[in-house]
Design a protein around this ligand. Sequence first.
Ligand code: DX5
Ligand code: ZN
Length: 231
Amino acid sequence: MFGEVKIAPSILSGNFMDMERDIRMLEAAGADIIHVDVMDGHFVPNLTIGVPFVKQLRAITQLPIDVHLMISNPLEQIDWYLDAQPDYVSVHIEAVPDEDQLHGLLRHIRKRGAHPVLTLKPDMPIEALDPFIEDVDMILVMSVYPGFSGQSYIEGSEDRVGYVARLAAQRNPNLLIEVDGGVNADRTAGLVCAQGADVLVAGSGVFAASDPAAAVSAIRVAGEAAQPAGE
Ligand code: DX5
Ligand code: ZN
């Protein structure tokens, strides 16, 4: 909360026919983390990539890998993903309705050497996170409905970031706050970083840019500039 802002480009907006070139491009562009959107065509309407992709990605890059699991059955599949040795694994609160099971899943992710991350759709009350705030290293605030890149930021999502930042200040001061969806340098990176966001996912904002390195840097600069003075 309030410090260096990290940029996590989402490879969902990359070229699936030439992914290694895109990864090298992101490394050269100064990306801090690679965000991988796993969608199962059930939890969200879209279908993307899964375990083999994450394993192969792990083999070709040293950058931290952030796996965003948009799948209906994370309890059954989590070990497949953990075997691929990602750095961060996000699970959706909607996918594990039983509170004890979700506590257990987050503990399991940590035990297996990854940072546990909890996320939720924009229409899920943000207070649903409360019981799990000490279990996780990062909260992922979705600022679009998960499923597709290139959507517009849902206005007011920054208030959800502020809520998480206040909760973290009391109960988990080292917690990172990540924001995913419609993040851009012009406006929304500033909105969320003013409220305490640390990690900004950017798909179309990086890959559609004529100069992706400049885009990564512009998003970071815009986010850091919006942090309250003195923080
Ligand atoms: C949406 C995904 C996002 C998406 C972000 O379901 O979770 O990571 O790729 O794309 P942009 O930055 O284009 O909104
Ligand atoms: Zn994502």
